[in-house]
Design a protein around this ligand. Structure first.
Ligand code: BV8
Length: 244
């Protein structure tokens, strides 16, 4: 519990003095909304599936129905979930600091539903759908029972508008996130195992120039020994405590 985990005064003072704060979030910030993380051994999404079996273009070409239904199941799960105090604390933080750049690896849209704005979605959004052939977003398709559905105009198979392993991230979004990490006063890494690239390399843009870095995570990550502050607890408790 956070009350056994003191928020260092030095960090509170730095946060109050900060002009530009970057927050990078991962699946961990949605864990307290009931969304399984990717690597949580017990309930993790990967516990039942291996990433290369589902989150790759090859997997979709191999078994489009399996991949579509896995995302449909996750969309259902997320639609029933609610943003948690961790998401909401970031909305408040954006009101407190002159500039907050929120970068997320999550595709669940919970930051938007909490009220955050101008979110940099590095890996897309599970509620957007696009043509497999040419990546054009498609808003509607016939509910004719075909799985995956097809674009009514071109008949291309449809897929979620998320970045799969082996696919490039949206270039503009990644460049914006890297620029923010390169100039911010504080970089928060919240609820991410920091194992997936290039997202996991963003903190390096801050570390390299001796900027302040904070890890919010109940568990260790490859960055734990390098960051300025480690707040070893759940985001839903640690982030609100930062604002007290
Ligand atoms: C790319 C969207 C250029 C889809 C995701 C071989 C071939 C091709 C590429 C590679 C390769 N080898 C390596 C790569 C690069 C690859 C990669 O990084 N692989 C890893 C596995 C090594 N990256 C890519 O492919 C990227 N593209 O590089 O393109 C390229 C192209 C061709 C060839 C070479 C290079 C694309 C990566 C994006 C993949 N898409 N998501 C979907 O959602 O289905 S990744 C997905 O996994 C998430 O988006 C996220 O990024 C990642 C999961 O990480 P986390 O969010 O950190 O979640 P995780 O479960 O791991 O950790 C949760 C954490 O929360 C834990 O630390 C836990 O302790 C903590 N936690 C738990 N509870 C709480 C908490 N924290 C706070 N509070 C709590 N309550």
């Amino acid at each position: 519990m956070v009350d056994t985990l003191e928020i260092p005064n030095g960090l509170i003072d730095k946060l109050r003095a900060a002009n530009h704060v970057v927050v990078l979030t991962g699946a961990g910030i949605s864990a307290e909304s009931g969304i399984p993380t990717f690597r949580d051994a017990q309930t993790g999404l990967w516990a039942r599936y291996r990433p290369e079996d589902l989150a790759t273009p090859e997997a979709f070409q191999r078994d489009p129905k399996l991949v579509w239904e896995w995302y449909a199941w996750r969309r259902e799960l997320v639609a029933r979930a609610e943003p948690n105090p961790g998401h909401r604390a970031l909305v408040t933080l954006a009101e407190r600091v002159p500039k907050l750049t929120l970068v997320t690896q999550n595709v669940d849209g919970l930051h938007q539903r909490a009220g955050s704005e101008n979110i940099l979605e590095l890996h897309g959004n599970i509620f957007r759908t696009k043509r497999f052939d040419d990546n054009q977003i498609v808003e509607e398709w016939p509910d004719d029972g075909e799985v995956p559905p097809r674009c009514p105009a071109t008949h291309s198979l449809l897929r979620p508008d998320v970045v799969w392993f082996g696919e490039m991230l949206p270039p503009g979004v990644l460049a914006h996130a890297a620029m923010a990490a390169g100039e911010c006063d504080i970089f928060f890494s919240v609820g991410t195992s920091s194992l997936v690239f290039p997202a996991a390399s963003l903190i390096g843009e801050t570390l390299r120039r001796g900027g302040l870095t904070v890890e919010v995570n109940p568990g260790e990550t490859p960055h734990s020994s390098a960051v300025s502050f480690v707040l070893r607890g759940p985001a839903g408790e640690v982030l609100p405590a930062l604002l007290e």
